[in-house]
Design a protein around this ligand. Structure first.
Ligand SMILES: CC(C)(COP(=O)(O)OP(=O)(O)OC[C@H]1O[C@@H](n2cnc3c(N)ncnc32)[C@H](O)[C@@H]1OP(=O)(O)O)[C@@H](O)C(=O)NCCC(=O)NCCS
Length: 308
């Protein structure tokens, strides 16, 4: 059987219970659903187990994500090992998550399928009523092209006095972590305690200087979670505080400064390409992708299940 061939339904498993993952179950959950730097702040970890023997049949995790119009959706990820598939395990995990989400007045459950997961997982999500509502496009641009435009634009903004003299960019390991976690939770996704733990570990690790924080008058006003790997740099998250965002009257200098800082570091290290992703609703990033003559290197499906 090939990886993408649909599996045949089997007799549903009986005696499956879904519980919060604690202790050794948490480790199992993390093994089945390893964290990636692009999605951080998972707050709820669940396992589906045999109520009698304790054998683990599958795992799920979830976190709140900021949606349009200030709403909060629940992002989920589920994994069921091959021997237990088509026996209702993922359905049991999803039902548990959806019931809790409804009780918390969450309006929708969302999932992001990476290109490599699409064929195997889409039939499950479609059968549970999820609809593809958007696409997560991953772009790559030449650092040289980004640098040309960004440095010219920043020089123009500096000349116009848009960038305050007190604005400074510092490595994550030298910045206060709490406000960075709060900004991420408020702007992107996740819950503050989990994000604080993630950013503290990132700051202490060998790559703690790859991500940077914008500080203006001693206040955290933005950050850029970045990663260098070989000839590629990747933006995992970039957020600036509400009053410094572009669009409307704002020039967007804060986001551009954070981006230019990492592009400059790419140039210094001889890294030639930079990667970034966004949904089709994130117009500023799409506009930059056009200016940066980006190539599309991947498209993921963004799925949604309305709970109303
Ligand atoms: C996607 C996944 C979680 C489904 O788990 P599962 O426990 O097999 O799902 P269920 O048994 O609850 O399936 C419910 C229904 O979904 C549909 N379905 C699930 N997998 C299917 C497949 N491979 N082909 C066709 N339909 C499928 C069927 O309608 C099924 O009902 P049926 O078996 O009675 O016909 C599992 O295949 C998996 O872990 N894949 C790898 C990880 C992944 O890609 N996760 C998604 C990203 S978050």
């Amino acid at each position: 059987m090939t990886a993408h061939e649909p599996t045949a339904p089997h007799v549903p498993l009986t005696g499956v219970c879904v519980i919060a993952a604690e202790g050794i179950d948490r480790r199992a959950c993390r093994m089945l659903l390893p964290d990636t730097p692009g999605a951080v702040g998972w707050s709820q970890l669940l396992v589906a187990k045999d109520a009698t023997t304790g054998s683990i049949f599958g795992a799920a995790k979830s976190m709140p994500v900021r949606a349009e119009l200030g709403n909060v959706d629940l992002r989920i990820a589920i994994h069921v090992p091959k021997p237990y598939r088509r026996r209702g395990v993922a359905t049991a995990l999803l039902d548990h998550l959806a019931t809790r989400a409804r009780n918390d007045s969450v309006r929708a459950v969302v999932g992001l399928l990476e290109p490599q997961e699409r064929d195997a997982a889409l039939p499950f999500f479609a059968s549970r009523g999820f609809r593809c509502v958007d696409r997560m496009t991953t772009f790559e641009s030449k650092v040289e092209v980004m640098a040309d435009w960004l440095f010219e634009r920043l020089a123009w903004l500096l000349e116009r006095g848009e960038i305050p003299e007190s604005a400074q960019i510092v490595p994550l390991r030298e910045a206060p972590i709490g406000p960075v976690a709060e900004l991420h939770a408020r702007s992107i996704a996740g819950t503050v305690p989990q994000l604080e733990a993630f950013f503290t570990e990132l700051a202490r690790g060998p790559d703690g200087g790859d991500s940077v924080v914008l500080i203006v008058d001693d206040v955290v006003c933005g950050y850029h979670q970045y990663e260098f790997r070989g000839n590629l740099g990747t933006t995992h998250a970039l957020a600036v505080t509400e009053h410094l965002r572009g669009g409307g009257a704002g020039s967007g200098w804060a986001g551009l400064l954070l981006l230019a800082d990492r592009v400059e570091e790419c140039t210094r290290r001889g890294v030639e390409r930079s990667r970034y992703s966004c949904l089709s609703t994130v117009r500023p990033t799409l506009r930059l992708a056009k200016i940066f003559q980006a190539e599309v290197v991947g498209i993921g499906e963004y799925l949604r299940l309305d709970l109303a």
